[in-house]
Ligand binder design. Structure first.
Ligand code: SF4
Ligand code: FES
Length: 244
């Protein structure tokens, strides 16, 4: 049976265009039907109560990666989080950590995209162009399965304690993506491509405490990727091994 319960939403408000104003929590009380998601509530608040509230969303189905935020202290996608799953009728929403706030729940993703771009997240080939598509065996495809599921939501970036103290650290999503291409049977980047992450701003900066794995809504395991890249680098530097 569909029922409605009253919830209190406390949402962090801030506008970078008014830097003198301090961030504060605005309270909204709203009746929520069973099954409604946090994103569903945000859309209702914006449409029915307060048109100034800012947040990002697009697909509403955990695919576009745009609605990651902190929900009652835990990073998750607002569109896949049902309000009724919380034991309490008070829900606190905050923007992703480790980013500058633009407005309310909207953060400036520029550092995330800059790191992502740096690792060259696309197939790099050195052979002559093939006449037809390059096939992969099931086993070869299975090596990159988890990484293909990444929706670039930056939840891992927001959860990373290294980024909290060093904004120049490459971050879990970019490093996981580098591992994805290092594992891809079609990619031909040389092992020297790993040199760009062979320092404390790259794979050696990770604390390996798995916060990124806990935060990822798509079961990608960035810490495992970072450890794997470390092993590749050691094999390359000490024994001249290739990237795979
Ligand atoms: S690795 Fe997971 S948490 Fe990080 S950007 Fe990709 S989907 Fe989001
Ligand atoms: S709206 Fe696309 S992931 Fe949530």
């Amino acid at each position: 049976m569909i029922t409605a319960s009253e919830y209190t939403f406390k949402i962090l408000r801030y506008d970078a265009k008014e830097p003198e104003a301090e961030p504060f929590f605005e309270t909204y009380r709203i009746k929520v039907l069973t099954g409604l998601t946090v994103l569903g509530v945000l859309l209702r608040i914006r449409d029915e109560i307060d048109g100034t509230l800012s947040f990002r969303s697009s697909c509403r189905s955990a695919v576009c990666g745009s609605c990651a935020m902190v929900i009652n202290g835990k990073i998750d996608l607002a569109c896949r989080t049902q309000v009724a799953t919380f034991g309490s009728n008070t829900i606190v929403l905050e923007p992703l950590p480790n980013f500058e706030i633009i407005k309310d729940l909207v953060v400036d993703m520029t550092p995330f995209w800059n790191m992502y771009e740096k690792i060259k997240p696309y197939l790099i080939r050195t052979s002559a162009d093939p006449e037809k598509e390059i096939e992969q065996s099931e086993e070869e495809r299975s090596r990159i399965d988890q990484f293909v599921n990444c929706i670039l939501c930056a939840s891992c970036y927001g959860a990373c304690p290294v980024l909290a103290r060093d904004p120049e650290y490459a971050g879990p999503a970019a490093l996981a993506k580098l591992e994805r291409f290092a594992l891809d049977s079609r990619d031909e980047r040389p092992a020297s491509a790993l040199d760009a992450v062979n320092d404390e701003k790259g794979v050696w900066g990770c604390d390996t405490i798995l916060r990124c794995i806990e935060a990822c809504p798509k079961d990608v395991r960035p810490t495992d990727s970072i450890v794997s890249l470390r092993k590749k680098l050691i094999k390359h530097k000490l024994f001249g091994k290739g990237i795979r």
